[in-house]
Design a protein around this ligand. Structure first.
Ligand code: NDP
Length: 234
């Protein structure tokens, strides 16, 4: 406990629940935001994960306040849904740049110190659709399955240096991102979830804090679904 934790996109939604869960167990938690301000009781740094200079400056600020980042949660993400026929290259690149290349940028910056310390915990917030696919989400699903290959490659490169890289794959969780769906779509979604309800942000946070704990030191390159059974078998 008392570790330096950084949660990207920790100013709201799933990221905020994750940040609060780490803070509750006594860790020193920093969250990124893009100008929305910092949730009460947390340390916030401005950071846009699509910009390496911004990532670098944010890490430096966190290091000055809390010491080198020992636990990195790559959570920041966006959607820009439309069917492939209507999706232009910009829409594809924009989503991959924020979700996947963004995760790469923060990982690259964080592992510099993790390697020196011979300790690190990295958790990527992917999605069930990274494995299941989803109509209208060619860009988003590609970015989310890319995180799995990323985590597993890092595990192979750095597993011997005390670093773990794991993936949490949420299903449908109640946040701003899922509140945009219509009632009709919501009913269809719920019909496909064996548990029969949306998940909560706290249920994602519980999986993430576990993967970052000392008890999870031998779990590496794993994908942990938290999806009410939606993606079973993938
Ligand atoms: P929200 O839309 O509520 O929050 C997204 C977060 O990402 C915000 O904090 C946002 O910051 C941040 N963000 C987006 N782009 C950038 C960027 N370029 N640089 C820095 N921060 C950025 O989403 P959720 O909380 O629902 O989702 C969090 C993660 O969980 C995402 O990666 C999402 O794909 C994933 N997920 C969500 C599911 C769900 O059902 N909700 C299901 C599966 C996965 P800002 O406030 O500045 O916009």
């Amino acid at each position: 406990m008392g570790r330096s934790v950084l949660v990207t996109g920790g100013n709201r939604g799933i990221g905020l629940a994750i940040a609060r869960a780490f803070a509750e167990q006594g860790d020193k938690v920093a969250v990124t935001h893009r100008g929305s301000g910092v949730p009460e009781g947390l340390f916030g740094v401005r950071c846009d994960v699509t910009d390496m200079a911004s990532v670098d400056a944010a890490f430096t600020e966190v290091e000055d306040a809390h010491g080198p980042v020992e636990v990195l949660i790559a959570n920041a993400g966006i959607t820009d849904d439309t069917l492939l026929m209507r999706m232009d290259e910009d829409q594809f690149t924009k989503v991959v740049d924020a979700n996947l290349t963004g995760a790469f940028r923060v990982t690259k910056r964080a592992t510099r110190n993790m390697l020196k310390a011979r300790f690190g915990r990295i958790v990527y917030i992917s999605s069930v659709v990274g494995m299941l696919g989803s109509p209208g989400q060619v860009n988003y699903a590609a970015s989310k399955s890319g995180m799995i290959g990323m985590a597993r490659s890092i595990t192979r490169e750095m597993g011997g240096r005390g670093i773990t890289a794991n993936v949490v794959a949420p299903g449908f969780i109640t946040t701003d991102m899922t509140e945009q769906v219509t009632e009709d779509r919501r009913a269809k979604i719920l019909a496909s979830v064996p548990t029969g309800r949306y998940g909560t942000t706290d249920e994602i946070a519980a999986a993430v804090t576990f993967l970052a704990s000392d008890a999870a030191g031998y779990i590496n390159g794993a994908v942990l679904p938290v999806d009410g059974g939606l993606g079973m078998g993938h």
